[in-house]
Write a protein that binds this ligand. Structure first.
Ligand code: ZN
Length: 305
């Protein structure tokens, strides 16, 4: 454990990578306010992209690296393919062993986690008021939809990892004839509510639709359905909503109102009958939850070893 009297300059440098479907973010530092260097580059082939990340980290004398990747991932440490990407529709990346690529180069603790799980862990680890919570959920709603769940300070895994972005939601075809765009399920949550679904349903990019466009009312409805399912299942003490679609700030009050209406007073918690302004919130770390979460995971792993 670090002593709080330790000077910042004495802190060990940690590498952190957030590998996304369109871009990679890599950082070196020791915390959100102590970033030495941060770079981003587009996701191309596995060899080229992972090679760039490795070359970046090789410039530093690191103590540990946290690797967060888009998925789905094999997170089962007993599996022969632990550390690899499994069924991604992204061309060229299926079966990519992300962890092994780093193990070949770096002899140090390497944390490996799904990107949205890392983002959840980042919001939990670096934000003091979140650390007081027993349970919290982080949803990313952007090109893809996913959720990371923190219970008692740990990221939930299971058979593989939760895939709450693909849960089934009520879909009124009369009101919304869009069939959904998930290649696996059609009109699952992601298929109905990710950024590309918004663009296809309304014929223009989501960010060009004004706040009063009916797209946002429908979007808030689907997100509220999903949140209600999670509230009823896990009873989280806070729900963080990040990702590109959630940059539309007007979604927040709309989602809170719909969640309250859908729950209809059933759950006896003053949190759910109040404004929910502290309950359904944007990420405190902004767009950096993922890369800072990877850093937090590496720090945690380093402290264990
Ligand atoms: Zn799906």
């Amino acid at each position: 454990m670090h002593s709080i009297r330790e000077k910042p300059t004495m802190k060990k440098l940690i590498g952190a990578m957030e590998g996304g479907g369109t871009k990679f973010v890599c950082a070196v530092g020791s915390g959100p306010d102590e970033i030495v260097e941060e770079v981003r580059f587009p996701t191309t082939t596995p060899n080229e992209t992972l090679g760039q990340a490795i070359a970046f980290f090789q410039k530093y004398n690191l103590s540990a690296i946290g690797l967060a990747s888009f998925g789905p991932l094999d997170l089962n440490t007993a599996s022969p393919t632990y550390g690899s990407i499994t069924t991604t529709p992204k061309p060229g990346w299926t079966g990519t062993d992300v962890l092994a690529a780093f193990q070949h180069t770096f002899n140090m603790p390497l944390a490996f986690e799904l990107d949205v799980n890392a983002a959840a862990f980042g919001e939990y680890s670096w934000i003091p008021e979140n650390r007081r919570l027993e349970s919290m959920v982080y949803f990313t709603i952007g090109t893809g939809i996913g959720a990371g769940f923190i219970i008692n300070g740990r990221v939930i895994h299971g058979l593989t990892h939760p895939e709450a972005g693909h849960m089934r939601l009520p879909h009124d075809l009369k009101e919304d004839p869009f069939p959904g765009n998930c290649p696996f399920h059609g009109d699952c949550f992601e298929g109905m509510a990710n950024g590309p679904a918004l663009a296809r349903r309304w014929g223009k990019p989501a960010e060009t639709l004004p706040d009063n466009h009916p797209a946002w009312e429908l979007e808030a409805t689907y997100i509220a359905y999903a949140l209600v399912n999670v509230i009823l299942t896990l009873s989280p003490q806070r729900i963080v909503l990040g990702g590109g679609v959630m940059e539309r700030q007007s979604l927040f009050p709309s989602i809170r109102g719909k969640v309250r209406d859908l729950l209809n007073g059933y759950i006896a918690s003053s949190v759910l009958t109040g404004t929910m302004e502290e309950y359904i919130v944007p990420p405190a770390l902004g767009k950096r939850s993922g890369v800072l979460g990877a850093m937090a995971m590496a720090r945690t792993l380093m402290e264990k070893e």
